[in-house]
Write a protein that binds this ligand. Structure first.
Ligand SMILES: NC(=O)c1ccc[n+]([C@@H]2O[C@H](COP(=O)([O-])OP(=O)(O)OC[C@H]3O[C@@H](n4cnc5c(N)ncnc54)[C@H](O)[C@@H]3O)[C@@H](O)[C@H]2O)c1
Ligand SMILES: [Fe+2]
Length: 429
């Protein structure tokens, strides 16, 4: 059934933030005091009052066939001349044509000169085109690459200078023109996030532009548009969504709303990622995965991520490993390293993924979460290693060093040294 979600409220609760992350309480059976808290993990909300901020300014429209509603949504944001932003892959899949078709007689300009891991130069070209055609609404259709570019073209229509000036967090001064984001992969959650990730390919660098002013006005989620996604991309982007939900969940910056989103997202992924890969035409699985990726974005938008995403930036910019695949390679090894940082939550992840943890010690139950993700990876056909992308021992200093600079490291549940960061990469060569 189609449904709508909207929250323009910025929630702030006062209390003791540091208490929240540690407030899981184990209710241990008197007969088996050392056993894992299977069905016994309880969150105590009475002994600590959390402090947190949560902000989601994007309206969500979800439903099978909901693309048909695009004209009314464009009208609702005052759009009269659209820039439709896609990439060659979504053009080939017929998705740009479908979007333009739905818009009927509205003046439309198409911009699809975007590659995966888009270069900042694409933004420059898109802004020039949109200004020359006086576009007043951006419609991003595609995966993270197309949506990320559409969002920052919208921003640069009203803000001065160059998109490179806005690298980092909170640098955008003025709201841009409205953006409607239409995801066709179930991974990045760019339709909801504050982030656009861009490359400077000559410098072999990636940078993020993060701001609440970089959020789409509307996320139009039609799972039918993900049906043409090939199994390998379904698998990699699905693991990206999982990594968002999981890293946000165990992050030291997590908070109650994000936790709820993470748990629901992982539950849907546990149910449907294998199916979406094995049966690309399975509508329920496609719907679950699109919803899961959006929920995961709603989780991490307010918490940041962890070491897996810290690694993903240099692995993408230096070695062109697709984002989801980079995450999939590093996720199990990082999870195993992170276990001591939050045994209770890793045990809960094992439980979500259907691992039999009853009767295990808490440490063993937590370990089962890694086993669960390794078996999920195998079932969706991801076997890649870093070495296949030309990475050798000689690269580890540079990759680990760059990863250490990521803002995601500070909220990871365990604090690594540079040597540890290198060792985790080495394990996946
Ligand atoms: N904004 C964020 O918060 C955020 C978060 C994580 C990653 N990212 C960025 O997003 C980008 C990756 O996005 P992605 O993983 O969605 O991949 P992508 O957008 O690069 O798409 C991968 C490929 O799939 C094709 N494709 C997309 N939808 C299709 C469909 N329905 N049918 C057939 N082909 C289809 C695309 O044309 C492309 O060739 C990276 O640049 C990454 O850094 C952004
Ligand atoms: Fe990601």
């Amino acid at each position: 059934m189609p449904y709508k979600y909207q929250s323009r409220t910025h929630y702030v609760l006062d209390g003791i933030l540091s208490g929240w992350n540690n407030c899981a309480k184990l209710v241990v059976s008197p007969e088996a005091p050392n056993q894992a808290p299977f069905q016994c993990i309880e969150r105590t909300m009475t002994s600590t009052i959390p402090t947190f901020s949560y902000h989601n300014p994007t309206a969500i429209e979800f439903g099978w066939g909901s693309l048909a509603r695009l004209p009314e949504l464009v009208k609702s944001v005052g759009g009269t001349r659209a820039l439709v932003v896609g990439d060659p892959g979504v053009v080939k899949a017929g998705l740009v044509e479908r979007v333009v078709g739905v818009l009927g007689g509205m003046p439309v300009t198409i911009f699809t000169d975007i590659e995966s891991d888009p270069d900042a130069r694409s933004v420059d070209a898109g802004v020039e085109l949109a200004k020359s055609k006086e576009c007043d609404v951006m419609i991003g259709v595609g995966g993270g690459s197309a949506m990320d570019v559409a969002k920052v073209i919208g921003v640069m229509m009203t803000n001065p200078g160059n998109i490179r000036d806005y690298a980092g967090m909170g640098k955008i001064g003025k709201p841009g023109v409205p953006v409607i984001a239409i995801p066709t992969t179930s991974g990045t959650g760019s339709e909801l996030t504050i982030w656009s990730v861009l490359s400077e390919k000559e410098k072999k660098q990636k940078f993020g532009v993060g701001s609440v002013l970089n959020c789409a006005r509307i996320a139009l989620l039609d799972p039918e548009l993900t049906m043409s996604l090939p199994p390998a991309i379904t698998a990699a982007t699905g693991i990206d969504a999982l990594t968002h939900a999981l890293e946000s969940y165990v992050s030291t910056a997590t908070q109650p709303i994000s936790e709820a989103m993470s748990v629901q997202s992982m539950t849907l992924i546990a149910r449907s990622l294998r199916l979406a890969v094995a049966q690309p035409g399975n509508k329920q699985a496609r719907s679950d995965m699109l919803l899961a990726s959006t929920l995961a974005a709603m989780a991490f938008n307010s918490t940041r991520l962890g070491l897996v995403h810290a690694y993903a930036m240099p692995l993408g910019s230096r070695f062109h490993i697709p984002h989801g695949l980079a995450n999939a390679i590093m996720l199990p090894v990082v999870m195993r390293y992170n276990l001591p940082g939050n045994l209770v939550k890793f045990a809960r992840i094992a439980e979500i993924f259907g691992e039999p943890i009853a009767g295990l010690s808490l440490r063993d139950a937590a370990e089962r979460s890694v086993v669960a993700i390794e078996s999920l990876k195998a079932d969706v056909g991801i076997t890649a290693k870093l070495g296949e992308f030309g990475i050798t021992e000689a690269d580890l200093d540079a990759v680990a060093g760059e990863a250490m600079l990521s803002g995601n490291v500070a909220v990871n549940p365990r604090q690594p040294t540079l040597e540890t960061m290198k060792a985790l990469l080495r394990a996946e060569l």
